[in-house]
Write a protein that binds this ligand. Structure first.
Ligand code: ADP
Length: 476
């Protein structure tokens, strides 16, 4: 039962494979069905129609014979003589008077069992056109007519022929034909399903190959199918051309972002420098002037950070992000990060780590940037009276750094997407907090650049845990 349910769940009612299979199976079933019907009809004609023609001829000839004999002898004797002349094996004749009395009958009734003979004799009327009837356990072709002698109806003629053998052969053949047709349809449907599955295989391959192409290998990606039909090869070629165009425009976009970020960052850094120096040196500024200059300086600083993030991501995309991997003492790093974060956020950051120093190969400054980003998020997305903890420990061949908060949490459906560029959960709520959705994508890019990975575990209104896993290299 579960097996059937599993197969049923696997079937996609909208798939091309199912539609083609069902369509072809229906057409084949109709074709075979019609062929079987035509063959049955033809067989019936060959087996039975001969008999029909035969008794029809007897029924037409007997009244003429009676007419001729009755000119030489009494009509009842003429009737019996005509019947005896036309009687043959399996052919039975009898004549009834208008009052339903048997006037004459063929002399071969002993070939039939008594009940069958009685049932036949009791038949009332008979049509001129022959028909097949089952009487007792036997099949008969029957027909009849009137016998006129000298302008008077002498009686009703009944002519029958036993066709049990032929009818049995016909029924057996129809049955075999039916069973054969059903079996052929089943076997054909299965064969068609397999054939269609095989034929659609290149399309599935194409889809699998396309689904694994990432932004990183857009430039080198080429779809190639060796033994595919020409149509699918053509489709693969069209895909390849589209990939080339995509890669080109992606490259242009990356170049543009990189150039713009670079060009804007330098003048903005100078503006920020001047603003800082004015704020430091000028003592005669009014409160309003100072406030305006401070706002300008902080906005310039925020924009420089954003441009730096964009530049980092553009470099990482082109493979030019330089990471200086060297042995780093992580215990020192998390102490430094906690100290910096406490200074700018006025929040207390708790540190948990083992006394044994943990050393990994990483870019110290970039890892600091990663942790500052995560702690900054923990500060932004939690209430000021909740704790933030930085944890460090070693686990077999990996080092685990966790940034934990007891803040607002992230809904499950957003947890995978927060590492995408410019993705922010609940824009309406986060827009007042500040940020542009680049922080976590920088974190992911940098951590993966150092051979590690970053994951999140979070529950709404309970808090989030961001976990960085870095491999411990041999030398460490
Ligand atoms: P942003 O500049 O908006 O902080 P990030 O890339 O750092 O951009 O984060 C993306 C989104 O993930 C944020 O907008 C926020 O909704 C969510 N997020 C990140 N860190 C946390 C956290 N510690 N608690 C709750 N939500 C978070």
């Amino acid at each position: 039962m579960t097996q059937i349910r599993k197969i049923y769940q696997k079937i996609d009612p909208f798939s091309l494979r199912l539609r083609l299979t069902v369509g072809i199976a229906i057409v084949s079933a109709l074709g075979l069905g019609n062929l079987a019907l035509w063959t049955s009809w033809k067989m019936r004609q060959v087996l039975i129609n001969n008999h029909k023609r035969n008794i029809e001829a007897i029924a037409q000839r007997l009244p003429r014979d009676v007419q001729i004999y009755s000119e030489m002898m009494p009509s009842t004797t003429a009737l019996q003589k005509a019947i005896d002349n036309l009687t043959a094996t399996n052919t039975f004749l009898w004549v009834k008077s208008p009052e339903n009395q048997i006037l004459a009958k063929s002399n071969n009734w002993n070939q039939l069992s008594n009940p069958t003979a009685t049932e036949l004799m009791s038949l009332g009327e008979m049509t001129i056109r022959p028909r097949i009837d089952k009487v007792g356990q036997r099949y008969f072709v029957l027909c009849g007519g009137a016998i006129p002698v000298r302008g008077k109806v002498l009686g009703k003629l009944f002519v029958i022929q036993d066709v049990t053998r032929e009818q049995m052969i016909f029924l057996v053949m129809v049955e075999s034909l039916g069973v054969g047709s059903v079996l052929t349809i089943i076997v054909m449907s299965v064969a068609i399903a397999f054939y269609i599955k095989r034929s659609l295989q290149p399309l599935m391959q194409l889809s699998q190959m396309t689904s694994v192409i990432s932004i990183a290998d857009l430039g080198q990606a080429k779809l190639y199918l060796d033994k595919a039909p020409s149509e699918v090869k053509e489709l693969a070629q069209t895909f390849n051309m589209m990939l080339a165009r995509l890669s080109q425009s992606w490259e242009q976009e990356r170049q543009f972002v990189s150039n713009v970020s670079h060009e804007l960052r330098t003048p903005l850094t100078i503006v920020h420098g001047y603003l800082q120096s004015v704020l430091r040196r000028q003592t005669n500024l009014t409160d309003m002037q100072r406030e305006a200059l401070e706002t300008a300086a902080s906005e310039a600083e925020r924009t420089i950070r954003l441009l730096q993030d964009l530049l980092d991501l553009a470099r990482a995309d082109s493979g030019y992000l330089q990471l200086c991997l060297e042995e780093c003492a992580l215990n020192d790093l998390i102490i430094e990060v906690a100290g910096m974060a406490e200074k700018y956020s006025d929040r207390q950051i708790t540190i948990e780590y083992t006394i044994n120093p943990i050393v990994v190969k990483a870019d110290y400054n970039r890892l600091k940037q990663v942790l500052l980003n995560l702690v900054d998020n923990a500060v932004k997305y939690s209430d000021s009276d909740t704790p933030i903890t930085l944890k460090l420990h070693q686990q077999e061949q990996a080092v685990i750094i966790q940034v934990c908060d007891q803040g607002y949490g992230i809904p499950l459906q957003h947890q995978l997407r927060i590492f995408e560029r410019f993705y922010r959960v609940d824009e309406a709520r986060t827009s007042s907090i500040g940020g542009c959705g680049l922080g976590l994508s920088i974190v992911k890019t940098l951590v993966e650049g150092m051979g590690g990975s970053v994951t999140v575990r979070s529950r709404l209104e309970e808090g989030s845990i961001f976990t960085i896993t870095l491999p411990i290299s041999e030398c460490c």
